[in-house]
Design a protein around this ligand. Structure first.
Ligand SMILES: NC(=O)c1ccc[n+]([C@@H]2O[C@H](COP(=O)([O-])OP(=O)(O)OC[C@H]3O[C@@H](n4cnc5c(N)ncnc54)[C@H](OP(=O)(O)O)[C@@H]3O)[C@@H](O)[C@H]2O)c1
Length: 268
């Protein structure tokens, strides 16, 4: 076997993973292969990362044991039915395709081991948040390898497949919710005389810093909030306003509605 991992599709998510795997030293460039129909994508990935890139999935399937399925949902059927790509026994298929269930993917790859992943686009800066489900047939070593691959682009949590719609709400879609908050904070900065650029950067850095405080101290967010609210001070005034205006309920409803929509779209 010439390569350790092969990417079927070399777009945004594949590029994020290839970049992460190389940056974290999980695989060398000689161990990675990819494919994409358009010459522009092949040239970009080949020139940027120094990995081998072929035009068709059939070219790379025999070359790697782990295959990352990174095409758009609407391209999946064309790949397996139209092009007749066949993935045989002994291969692991790590699918990033939103809404594609393990059982549906099994109908295309009956003999492969399947890992279904729901990532978010922050994988592109190696700060993704994702949930994944492994095929029951996978052993401990195979699961560790999957955790190592996904961990190269962010936080990867193994969950049962039934929770994939919840993962869509809290991780897949949630960067959009955070961008809304950053943009609203920046508006308030501009309202108070700061430049748009400074306001966006300060708001984004505050979100990044707060997130790191939660992840690195292990403290509950409520405890951290109490630590920055001095009695009778400025911060508790803002906290009271957010509570009065229903921030918690709005966030819970936004995530819950996203989960419900994901369930409807995937027929769950
Ligand atoms: N982007 C996100 O934030 C995000 C988040 C969660 C899940 N996902 C999932 O990740 C998957 C990939 O998304 P993406 O954003 O990376 O899409 P993308 O940028 O459009 O990449 C798709 C890639 O698939 C290639 N491709 C298309 N048909 C192919 C075929 N028949 N054989 C081989 N390669 C083929 C395309 O080639 P060309 O470049 O030559 O056109 C392109 O490189 C999707 O299923 C999506 O649901 C994405």
């Amino acid at each position: 076997m010439a390569f350790r991992i092969g990417f079927i599709g070399a777009g945004k998510m594949a590029e994020a993973l290839i970049g992460g795997l190389l940056a974290k030293g999980v695989f060398t460039r000689e161990e990675i292969v990819a494919c994409a129909p358009s010459e522009g994508t092949r040239r970009h990935i080949g020139d940027t990362y120094g990995v081998a890139v072929y035009p068709r999935a059939a070219d790379i399937v025999p070359l790697a044991d782990i295959l990352v399925l990174a095409v758009k949902p609407k391209q999946v059927d064309g790949l397996f039915t139209g092009e007749g790509v066949a993935i045989g026994p002994g291969k692991t298929v790590l699918s990033l395709v939103a809404g594609l269930s393990i059982s549906r993917l099994k109908s295309y790859v009956p003999d492969g081991k399947i890992v279904r992943v729901m990532p978010n686009h922050c994988c592109m800066v190696l700060e993704g948040a994702m949930g994944y489900t492994c095929d029951d047939s996978m052993d401990g070593d195979e699961r560790s390898e999957v955790a190592r691959i996904l961990g190269s682009v962010g936080l990867a949590v193994e969950v049962q497949e039934t929770y994939m719609d919840a993962i869509t709400g809290i991780a897949g879609s949630s960067p959009a919710f955070m961008y809304l908050v950053i943009d609203a904070m920046a508006d308030a900065g501009v309202l108070n005389g700061l430049s748009r650029k400074d306001s966006i950067e300060l708001a984004a850095q505050s979100m990044l810093g707060a997130a790191k405080m939660v992840l690195e101290t292990g403290k509950h967010p409520d405890v951290l909030r109490d630590e920055v609210c001095s009695p009778g001070g400025t911060t508790i005034e803002g906290v009271r306003t957010l509570e009065d205006m229903g921030l918690r309920s709005a966030v819970i409803a936004a995530v819950d509605n996203t989960v419900a929509k994901s369930r409807r779209m995937s027929g769950n």
